[in-house]
Design a protein around this ligand. Structure first.
Ligand SMILES: Nc1ncnc2c1ncn2[C@@H]1O[C@H](COP(=O)(O)OP(=O)(O)OP(=O)(O)O)[C@@H](O)[C@H]1O
Length: 227
């Protein structure tokens, strides 16, 4: 049997909409293997963001269970879920959300400070991550002095700095042109291959799919294809 880092079991998520209830996800059961780049794809409104938020413990399902590293996280106290999120997970969002007053280096260093790293370790690790992402010459620039692709690479450096097991990226290429977007996905693939990281990302762009190890396709809240 293949190892599994995240598993969902019959997960549904509904939201109230006026007097009705909208099912954003219906009975989703998937397994994510460690050390893979997994893509969740589908049209707008198919449920990608809802699913990635559940996998990253940012939200809870209306029914069904989610396991992270063998432990059921759906029934856990919020404080334990917070800890798992902080220690074991990293997040990259569509809107890059770097701190504009800080340089690339300071953005990464600050995340490590929040994660409780000591000053010496922070410097070493921040420089190492930025170098891995090809930003050694740009690390003392502020976000507005960097291109969109560079900014997203800083956001990735920040998301991996505390050595999470899994990085979740919701439409990380949506604000980039196709070429730059593909470069960002290749960075994820590199992290998977060289660092053994697990990456889960959403996209509606079919050109990204070729690079992935696993692809789940969503339609109206259901998994309609997996490969
Ligand atoms: N907080 C919410 N309240 C009400 N309905 C919601 C909420 N979040 C999501 N939905 C609905 O659930 C469905 C799935 O939304 P979701 O954002 O997961 O799709 P998506 O595939 O990520 O779309 P996009 O690519 O546009 O971001 C949509 O019909 C959406 O309107």
């Amino acid at each position: 049997m293949k190892p599994v880092i995240i598993r969902t079991e019959g997960v549904s998520r509904c939201f109230p909409s006026g007097r009705e209830v909208v099912y954003a996800l219906k009975n989703v059961s998937i397994s994510i293997e460690p050390g893979t780049l997994t893509i969740l794809r589908g049209r707008s409104g198919s449920g990608k963001t809802t699913l990635i938020n559940l996998l990253g413990a940012l939200d809870k399902p209306s029914s069904g269970k989610i396991y992270f590293n063998g432990n059921e996280i759906t029934g856990m106290a919020e404080s334990r879920r917070d800890l798992i999120r902080q220690k074991e997970m990293g997040f990259v969002f569509q809107s890059i959300a770097l701190i504009s007053m800080m340089s690339a280096y300071e953005n990464v260093e600050f995340a490590l400070r929040v994660a409780g790293y000591d000053p010496k370790e922070r410097k070493k690790r921040a420089e190492e991550c930025l170098a891995f992402l090809g930003l050694q010459k740009r690390m003392h620039h502020r976000p507005h002095e960097l291109s969109g692709g560079e900014q997203q690479r800083v956001a990735i450096a920040r998301a991996i700095a505390h050595r999470p097991r899994v990085v979740f990226a919701d439409e990380p290429t949506a604000e980039l042109d196709t070429h730059t977007g593909l470069q960002v996905v290749k960075v994820f693939k590199d992290l998977v291959e060289k660092e053994g990281l697990t990456v889960v990302m959403t996209t509606h762009d079919p050109s990204m799919v070729e690079i992935a190890d696993r692809v789940f396709t969503l339609e109206d809240g259901e998994i309609v294809d997996e490969r």
